[in-house]
Design a protein around this ligand. Structure first.
Ligand SMILES: O=C(O)CCC(=O)C(=O)O
Ligand SMILES: [Fe+2]
Length: 361
């Protein structure tokens, strides 16, 4: 009988290890190295990221121009959107109209949640991935072999609004923030519809955005004593049409562009937007959802607040017929209800774009 090979890492199995939040772990005194079940030895964590240079950096979209009465300005921003979605799948949005104080209040509200003790947070540690309020650590500790260096809170805020009851006062902040972001997303989708050669209101109507599925997430990445060995979030694409992200001023997001990992340091008070799997499906692959990941650092706590804006849960998403012409005349993706895609998304280990592959024809 062959001798069993010793596992490279002590695997994180919820039944064997008491898994605390990364925040609790990082705050425990004298932490100079990471526990072995947080250590990645794959090349994904070690490969070098490049900084953007001025000739090839993340596009910037001036949102205020989308409502401009000057038709030249409007068509310029629509063509900027087309280029951004096609070349990068990521862009920054400036002049979006949200006051800085509202952005800061949202970061502070999430920080108050993360400051609860693990015991206090345990009411929201839903094991069921479909729970509308869910907090935890890593991604899915019952299947993750190695843990990710992040804690999270995920809240479904639309079509029904949910919110943790502790600490007090979150619901006003989350409701205001998420409805402002939904408005921003619907405005961007008007420009994106036009950029695809569709009517301005096409995506909004076809995807029933009045009942859009919207999930507000906060990721907390505490300082890590060995950041080169750990990973905040592995490479993945997002479900939904658009993800609209803000962060607390500390970098860590990397975008896969031209086969390289590019560091993204958003402009202060800008939102970072990326196109999701559902936009890739609708556009029949013209606007691809792009791989991104989060790395960690040893100095400062980073918080990112991505919000995924998708079709309504019951909407069937498939390539838009009007876009099936010329070279691109064959539907490349299967039709699937938004909520079924999400279930597929949640029930699989996060691994690049493997979920989108399941609906590719
Ligand atoms: O932390 C980040 O910047 C990225 C977060 C992310 O990609 C996600 O939550 O899907
Ligand atoms: Fe993401």
């Amino acid at each position: 009988m062959a001798t069993p090979v010793a596992p490279l890492h002590q695997e994180a199995s919820a039944s064997r290890l008491k898994i605390t939040s990364v925040k609790t772990l990082a705050e425990s005194s004298n932490l100079t190295s990471i526990p072995s079940h947080y250590a990645f030895t794959t090349s994904t964590s070690g490969d070098q990221a490049v900084h953007t240079d001025h000739d090839d950096s993340i596009p910037v979209i001036d949102f205020s121009l989308l409502s401009s009465s000057n038709s030249d300005q409007r068509s310029k921003v629509v063509s900027d959107l087309a280029k951004a979605c096609q070349d990068w799948g990521f862009f920054m949005v400036i002049n979006h109209g949200m006051p800085e104080s509202q952005m800061k209040a949202t970061v502070d509200a999430f920080m108050r949640f993360f400051d609860l003790t693990d015991e206090e947070k345990s009411d929201f540690q839903g094991k069921n991935l479909l729970n509308p309020i869910r907090c935890g650590t890593s991604i899915n500790t019952s299947v993750d072999k190695v843990l990710f260096w992040r804690d999270y809170l995920k809240v479904k805020v639309h079509p029904e609004f949910h919110c943790p009851t502790k600490p007090e006062g979150l619901s006003e902040v989350f409701a205001g923030y998420s409805s402002a972001v939904r408005k921003l997303a619907r405005g961007l989708l008007e420009g994106i519809s036009e950029s695809l050669g569709l009517e301005m209101g096409y995506i909004d109507k076809a995807m029933n955005m009045e009942s859009s599925l919207q999930i507000l997430t906060a990721n907390l990445y505490p300082p890590c004593p060995q950041p080169e060995l750990a990973m905040g979030l592995p490479p993945h694409s997002d479900h939904g049409l658009l993800t609209i992200l803000m962060q607390n001023g500390i970098g860590g997001l990397q975008v896969n562009h031209g086969g390289k990992w590019v560091n993204v340091d958003p402009l202060p008070n800008a939102f970072l937007v990326n196109t999701g799997d559902h936009l890739e499906i609708m556009s029949n692959g013209k606007y691809k959802s792009v791989l991104h990941r989060a790395v960690v650092n040893s100095k400062a706590t980073r918080m990112s607040i991505p919000q995924s804006i998708g079709p309504s849960p019951d909407t069937v998403v498939e390539p838009v017929e009007q876009l099936l012409d010329g070279e691109n005349n064959r539907a490349m993706y299967l039709a699937m209800k938004c909520k079924d895609y999400l279930e597929l998304h949640l029930s699989n280990v996060l691994n690049g774009k493997s979920r989108l592959e399941r609906v590719k024809i």
